[in-house]
Design a protein around this ligand. Structure first.
Ligand code: F42
Length: 329
């Protein structure tokens, strides 16, 4: 099992640098930086991290092919690869509809756009002059004027068709999920994609919400708000899969609306059930988390990413994961 950690660049660059160096020293081998226009720019942050770290792999987690043209993405991640001495990883997904709505981007043909973008980025990284006559992108002799190296491409995916595409085209898949059952379901689509691709190494990543503390209740309580947002954004099929009542889901959604209008975040925390915490996060003591990671491993997961909130005290939780969880694998 490999370990990664996710950071949202919603903090100053030196704070991010501090946490990322701590994660590197604690034994994490991948750092994933999220990409939304309203946060600090992913490549600016990755540049600082490339200069200030030594061994950890650095990825966008995830960018998308709507904000920028795949040629610019190919060049941006290759620049990070050069600065970091070959430690860059490209994470790319279809993007987030809510964010796109705010900036006037229509979310059309995400599967097609992802396929074409990944094919183009790979071709540009191979050093070739790229001619590509796609439904979305037309390239006519585009070429990068520097050597990029071979940069692994990980695809963010949840839906069955995107999971299959990720396995067919990617070096790995980043799945926003924390429960083994979700990976058992995803396995079928991943296997279908791998069949099309033929023999290759493939990293199945649980891009999970994690909260770790020696005090179980503290750890679980810290996960409540993040879990509420995951519940609010999940499709009904996920609640059916985990036997979560739609009445309970409605309570969380209503509590979130109240929080936005009246600031009642305590009500949101209360509306989240224990069952929801277990389904949508990996939360508890280090021993609880080790047990869950063992289950994920049996379900085919090969990398676990510690995503928000990480724990009630980010610094202590990163150190705790480094001391009491990573060495067990
Ligand atoms: N999104 C961000 O914007 N920023 C991030 O930092 C970020 C991180 C992240 C990390 C892990 C992860 O798994 C996802 C992450 N995301 C992030 C979200 C990501 O960008 C995607 O929104 C998310 O992965 C959801 O994608 P999905 O795999 O569910 O795919 C969507 C598009 C979907 O609906 N897929 C369906 C499926 O079955 O897979 C298929 C839809 C389909 O068939 N579309 C057709 C087509 O051709 O594309 C027709 C649709 C049309 O437009 O007519």
């Amino acid at each position: 099992m490999k370990f990664g950690i996710e950071f949202v660049p919603n903090m100053k660059y030196y704070e991010l640098e501090y946490y990322v160096k701590l994660a590197e020293d604690s034994g994490f081998s991948y750092v994933w930086i999220t990409d939304h226009y309203n946060n600090r720019n992913v490549y600016s942050m990755l540049t600082i991290l490339a200069l200030k770290t030594n061994s950890v792999k650095l990825g966008s987690g995830v960018t998308n092919p709507y904000h920028i043209n795949p040629a610019v993405t190919a060049s941006a991640i290759a620049t990070i690869n050069e600065i970091s001495n070959g430690r860059a990883v490209l994470g790319i997904g279809a993007g987030d509809k809510v964010t796109f709505d705010r900036i006037g981007i229509s979310w059309e043909k995400p599967l097609r756009r992802m396929r074409e973008s990944v094919e183009i980025i790979r071709a540009l990284h191979s050093g070739k002059s790229v001619k590509y006559d796609g439904q979305i992108f037309k390239f006519n002799g585009a070429r990068l004027d520097f050597k990029t190296g071979d940069i692994p491409i990980y695809i963010g995916a949840q839906g069955p068709k995107m999971l299959e595409l990720a396995a067919e085209l990617g070096d790995g898949v980043l799945i926003n999920a924390s429960h083994p059952r979700d990976f058992e379901v995803a396995r079928e689509n991943i296997e279908a994609g791998l069949k099309k691709a033929g023999e290759k190494e493939f990293d199945v990543v649980a891009y999970a919400s994690m909260s770790v503390d020696k005090d179980r209740d503290k750890a679980r309580n810290s996960a409540r708000i993040v879990v509420a947002f995951i519940v609010a954004g999940s499709p009904d099929v996920i609640f059916e899969r985990h036997g979560i009542s739609m009445d309970d889901v409605a309570k969380v959604r209503e509590a979130l609306n109240n929080a936005f209008t009246k600031g009642d975040w305590g009500g949101v925390a209360k509306s989240v059930t224990d069952e929801m915490i277990d389904t949508f996060s990996i939360s508890g003591t280090p021993d609880d988390v080790v047990e869950r990671i063992n289950e994920l491993s049996k379900a085919g997961v090969t990398q676990v990413v510690a995503g928000s909130p990480i724990g009630p005290d980010k610094k202590k939780s990163i150190q705790l994961i480094g001391k009491e969880i990573i060495p067990k694998f």
